[in-house]
Design a protein around this ligand. Structure first.
Ligand SMILES: [Zn+2]
Length: 280
């Protein structure tokens, strides 16, 4: 599933090619993409709009269009945006032709990706604020703030990191990698991290996401960049998907656990398991 670095990779590649261009022709081939809006209504709403900018918030691509309209696009599990693909790709859900003759194709095998409209800045902010918490690259993303957010929480820190309403954009891969770098066990209750642990975790999250962006994302399943190329961050995973391998830090064996229903990788020498709390 694309996480923040994968969506940011798409945004960075696409922005210079679409900003200032106009959506000349839009065809929505899958009604599920824009529900509850009908494909025809979505096409009408987008056609003829100029792309003012292409932004990102959490895992959403935010298309700012002329007339103060916004298209919020989420790629979910298997969505890919392709720019000028050589042939018509299978599983094409949306076709957009730009006024400079270039073509955008949205492809999604499993059809969980979405496109939603917001009319005006107020609607956009309400949409995003209702769904997304802190942005890891914002100035307010610091140990103090996260510690306050987690106060009293008994959720495992891994689940806390994956909760988009608290922190936007971190998914399964980057949570494992960040917790390993910060030497924190994924099952440790979020409310019981020490100040020092938060101070280690915040830069670990930021640097892991940064490394993911620099590698053009991770392609462990379907993710492709806009030219159809794979990201390279999967080659740099320290812990994620390394079950049975030696830990790169201590040589111990990497284990796989399930936390909050997600496959989770850990070195329990580097990331000591929290002691069970005696029942009161
Ligand atoms: Zn280790």
């Amino acid at each position: 599933m694309p996480e923040l670095p994968e969506v940011e990779t798409v945004r960075r590649q696409l922005a210079p090619r679409v900003e200032g261009r106009t959506f000349e022709r839009v065809r929505v081939l899958d009604e599920r993409w824009c529900m509850p809006l009908s494909p025809r209504a979505m096409e009408r709403a987008l056609r003829g709009r100029r792309v003012e900018s292409l932004g990102r918030r959490g895992k959403y691509l935010v298309w700012s269009l002329s007339g103060d309209r916004f298209l919020l696009q989420h790629l979910r599990m298997t969505g890919n945006l392709l720019y000028d693909p050589a042939e018509r790709p299978p599983y094409t859900r949306v076709e957009i032709d730009l006024d400079d003759g270039h073509e955008l194709r949205y492809v999604d095998v499993r059809r969980f990706g979405t496109g939603q409209l917001a009319d005006g800045r107020g609607e956009l902010d309400a949409f995003l604020d209702g769904r997304l918490g802190l942005e890891p690259f914002d100035a307010g993303f610091d140990a103090e703030h996260l510690r306050a957010l987690a106060r009293g929480s008994r959720a495992p820190i891994k689940s806390f990191l994956l909760d988009q309403k608290r922190i936007a954009g971190v998914g399964n891969i980057y949570a494992d990698e960040a917790l390993f770098r910060a030497r924190i066990h994924p099952l440790r209750p979020a409310g019981r991290l020490t100040r020092a642990q938060w101070e280690a975790l915040v830069p670990a999250i930021v640097s892991t996401l940064q490394a993911g962006i620099e590698a053009n994302g991770a392609s462990i399943d379907d993710f492709r960049d806009i030219d159809g190329a794979r990201g390279a961050f999967q080659d740099e995973f320290l812990i994620h998907r390394h079950e049975g391998d030696p830990c790169p830090q201590c040589g111990g064996t990497v284990r796989r656990l399930v936390v909050g229903g997600r496959g989770t990788y850990v070195c329990e020498r580097c990331q000591p398991r929290p002691r069970a709390r005696r029942r009161a």
